[in-house]
Design a protein. Sequence first.
Length: 188
Amino acid sequence: MLIHTEETPNNHALKFILGKPILDSNQTIDFTNKEAANMSPLALSLFDVEGVKRVFFGHNFIVVTKDEKISWYGLKSALSAIIMDFLLMKRPVLDKISKVNVIEMEVAPEDQAVVEQIKWILDTEIRPSVAKDGGDIIFYGYKDGCVYLRMQGSCQGCPSSAMTLKHGVEVILQRHLSEVITVEQVRI
């Protein structure tokens, strides 16, 4: 089994392509720190490597974000070895198979149809494209024409994520839905 790596638009995040699924196709999990990774032995092991700041699981990839003071030299091979060990030894990636809590704003009943359309556009047109760069965009809320989204994976902290939201996501949503005025990033 080979694990391939790809650079992401975020210089401090590296995408490890696994060649096999570790999550359902539309599921992602973002571990923002070691304490948040208690449901994943793999994520906990990755956090044990000096310099690892964030771990993100996608369908068939993992994105690791490092401290900006640490070089990828040496770190990349250490992380690859840990991931390879888990996959070859068929060790559990997740201890608990559970639905990760999805935090969203309360949606007004009159906005429900627009929110369903926004989510459908995100899932079919936007998220697959963002996943190619090792990230994800999660719907957080909609109110008064503003769509609130959370960036995950390599998108979290990436200098180009603001442009992605304003010149990519916002334009696509506005093209499909006249109700969308703006898109804003939520940091949780």
